[in-house]
Design a protein around this ligand. Structure first.
Ligand code: IPE
Ligand code: IPE
Ligand code: MG
Length: 250
């Protein structure tokens, strides 16, 4: 199978370029609400509003792919009421936003083990993906019931199914079956909320991403916060294993 993107580490991107793919762990909703003596769900609601701002900001800055971690495969461990509120919010956001995403030329993708969601939610996801499939201004990926380990195992199993004759799987073979195979690997990873961990997000795909951590809680993260992250990214020297001297460009 020929894919457009295999590894973003093969060539060195231009200095000061806008990251082509930004991946964000949107963390800190609960703490944002707690600080205001509000229920945790209020933080999640506010978080959805920020998604809208950041999507818009990415379009304005020329980011081509935005991937957002909305619900991890481990988040089912939360109290039942919080999980069901999150699901309601997801349904509500899709009902309210998909038409607008389409109008704005955004292609929506949802990656994760979607079979565990209720049928209504699965249907909305399918409809949203189908409606926006032809758009190319920004590819917005929402990772829902997603786990990086699940993604890798899924890819290996899909490869095995496609190769009943057996053989050895290689990097390109595995990458072709990852849930985000349609996108280049993330250039810039952002985690809000102060924690400095990956929490089973895009484990394979983040191999050479620049990792940016901010204490800003997700419901406070806006276009200006994104600009700060991009400015930080533009000061990094991406070497992909090479020496600094090898990077001198003409
Ligand atoms: C992130 O915010 C949203 C989800 C995981 C769904 P949290 O809910 O994890 O917020 P904190 O980390 O408790 O503040
Ligand atoms: C990671 O946040 C998942 C999402 C933002 C969807 P968590 O708040 O669940 O991560 P941990 O448990 O603190 O690592
Ligand atoms: Mg959290």
């Amino acid at each position: 199978m020929i894919r457009k993107f295999f590894s973003s580490t093969a060539s060195v991107p231009e200095a000061a370029a806008i990251p082509r793919h930004v991946a964000i762990i949107m963390d800190g909703n609960g703490r944002w609400a707690k600080k205001r003596l509000l229920p945790r769900v209020a933080g999640h609601q506010q978080g959805v509003e920020r998604v809208r701002d950041v999507v818009q900001a990415c379009i304005e800055r020329g980011v081509a792919y935005l991937t957002l971690f909305a619900f991890s495969s481990e988040n089912w461990r939360r109290p039942k009421e919080e999980v069901s509120k999150l699901m309601e919010l997801f349904v509500y956001a899709l009902e309210r936003e998909v038409g607008k995403l389409h109008k704005n030329g955004i292609c929506l993708k949802v990656v994760g083990d979607l079979g565990q969601f209720n049928p209504r939610l699965q249907e909305l996801i399918r409809e949203g993906e189908t409606l926006t499939a032809g758009n190319s201004r920004l590819t917005l990926t929402v990772a829902a019931n997603y786990g990086g380990r699940w993604d890798i195992l899924n890819a290996v199993n899909a490869w095995l199914k496609a190769h009943p004759e057996g053989g050895e799987i290689d990097e390109a073979g595995l990458a072709a079956h990852l849930a985000t195979a349609y996108a280049p690997e993330p250039d810039l990873f952002i985690r809000t909320g102060g924690e400095q961990r990956v929490s089973n997000f895009l484990l394979w795909q983040l191999a050479y991403a620049e990792l940016y951590f901010t204490d800003t809680l997700w419901p406070d993260f806006d276009g200006q916060s994104l600009d700060q992250a991009i400015a930080w990214y533009q000061r990094r020297e991406r070497r992909f294993g090479r020496t600094s001297e090898q990077l001198v460009r003409h």
